[in-house]
Write a protein that binds this ligand. Structure first.
Ligand code: PXG
Length: 456
């Protein structure tokens, strides 16, 4: 059944609402798709279509939609104490309890938590903390952070400057200094002919070492990376990459930061991507799945190396947000972690649904327009190419990906396109039935896309 007043709402949207990451001229031509409700792994639009959400909202609705426990936790906390801050030597209960749980879940060495409300704010906090640390250490000239090209670390000026998206940098115009970008660990796109995954992983890691040596190790504060690059196109690094990056960071005494905004809270079948890839970061950024997106919350998890410096040297760290440690958001996070544990979602993704999704998707590796299928836990990518052998892309800079995404829409499936890379990150509650439903839809979508471009 159509949502009452839907047409008028779409007109109001066109008139008054500037959407994030949107070409507004193009949006106005068609109008937005109004999403009005959701349950489990499906969302419904105003026209009544039931849509399979292959992206868990924006990589965040880990426990799925319609969780009464999370609404109840928020309501209880709102009645008890809707807000108080943790500036000026005060604290509230939920962020304290949540800090303990986060520290227990995180890799060894992580001992403290700084809260914010978004991944971008947390990454800004990382930049502030890293610089603060090296100043306290008496090495203020260590102020460059090495990141990877095509990385996404957020949309504030600082986090976008740290990110490696060239179109974003171009639009900002003058990005902030203090960041240096190296090759991403993207075997399918960057490997030399005949280069194995393992060899390429080492070469991509050593690009970081080369950059450290070029800049001078005494100028480099930290290396930051998403364990699996998300918005850059689900680039899953070879197994050799992260251990080598860690070795290099230790060798030059550089801090290692994991941006776990997407990979945190079970996405890869481990609590954190750093555990999946076997490395121990000094700092970690988390957001999204920490509340399954039900309320905005993010955090920087801080390791002993940085914590001990802050504690011993003292002095105020001039940084924080009104909503740092928001009690309602933290209460929802506590309940969300409880659900993930109670339902064994991390283990389910690791041992059952992650491998099942991978097997289902691999059959499309034979499809005429698919060059590579890759997945890890419940995050996956399908590369659309013109020539499977040479990996040549279709011309048009992502036009085929956009076409494929639009065909997904018509088939009531949400799959995101990054250029011509189609990506998936469904809720962690995704079942075998959901995987079967997804298979049906993907088959249609790929066939229709191939027919649309004359490849079938
Ligand atoms: N780091 C990573 C790894 C992210 O994926 C952020 C930081 C920033 O988080 P906030 O909460 O400030 O948005 C992100 C966010 C997309 C898409 O289209 C991805 C993100 C956000 C919006 C869109 O894939 N990731």
């Amino acid at each position: 059944m159509a949502y009452p007043g839907a047409e008028a709402l779409v007109a109001l949207d066109n008139a008054h609402y500037l959407h994030p990451f949107t070409d507004h001229k193009a949006l106005r031509e068609k109008g937005a798709r109004l999403i009005t409700r959701a349950d489990g792994v499906h969302v419904w639009d105003a026209a009544g279509h039931k849509i399979l959400d292959g992206m868990a909202g924006l990589w965040c609705v880990n426990v799925g939609y319609g969780r009464k426990e999370l609404a109840d936790a928020a309501a209880r906390q709102m009645m008890e104490l809707p807000y108080y801050n943790s500036f000026f030597k005060s604290a509230t209960v939920p962020p304290v309890e949540l800090a303990k749980q986060l520290v227990d879940l995180a890799p060894k060495g992580i001992s403290n938590v700084f809260y914010a409300s978004s991944g971008s704010e947390s990454n800004d906090t990382v930049i502030r903390l890293v610089r603060h640390y090296w100043k306290l250490k008496g090495q203020p000239e260590r102020n460059i952070i090495i990141a990877r090209k095509d990385a996404y670390h957020g949309s504030t000026i600082a986090s976008a400057s740290m990110g490696g998206m060239s179109a974003v940098h171009k639009q900002i115009g003058i990005t902030l200094p203090g960041f240096s970008h190296v090759m991403p660990p993207y075997w399918y796109g960057e490997a030399l002919e005949g280069e194995s995954q393992e060899e390429f992983g080492l070469r991509a890691a050593r690009a970081i070492e080369e950059r450290i040596l070029e800049l001078g190790a005494d100028k480099v504060a930290a290396v930051i990376g998403e364990p699996i690059m998300g918005a850059g196109g689900v680039r899953i690094p070879p197994e050799t990459y992260w251990p080598e990056v860690e070795r290099i960071c230790r060798k030059y005494d550089v801090l290692l930061v994991a941006d776990e905004v997407i990979t945190g809270f079970g996405r890869t079948g481990h609590w954190f991507g750093s555990q999946r890839f076997g490395f121990t970061p000094d700092l970690m950024t988390v957001a999204k799945g920490i509340t399954s997106g039900y309320l905005p919350l993010s955090a920087v998890l801080v390791g002993e190396r940085v914590v001990s410096e802050i504690m011993e040297k003292g002095g105020e760290f001039y940084h924080g947000y009104t909503y740092s440690g928001h009690p309602v958001a933290c209460a929802v996070a506590l309940e969300n972690l409880d659900i993930i544990r109670r339902e064994g979602l991390v283990e389910q993704v690791r041992n059952d649904t992650g491998p099942a999704l991978g097997r289902m998707l691999q059959q499309f590796a034979d499809h005429p327009i698919v060059g590579e299928v890759r997945s890890d836990g419940l995050v996956a990518a399908l590369e659309i190419v013109r020539n499977k052998k040479t990996r040549e892309r279709y011309p048009g800079d992502g036009k085929v990906g956009t076409l494929c995404r639009d065909i997904c829409f018509l088939n009531n499936l949400v799959m995101r396109a990054v250029g011509d890379t189609m990506i998936l990150a469904p809720p962690l509650t995704f079942s075998h039935d959901n995987i079967a439903e997804l298979e049906e839809k993907i088959r249609h979508v790929l066939d229709d896309t191939a027919r649309g471009i004359g490849a079938m």
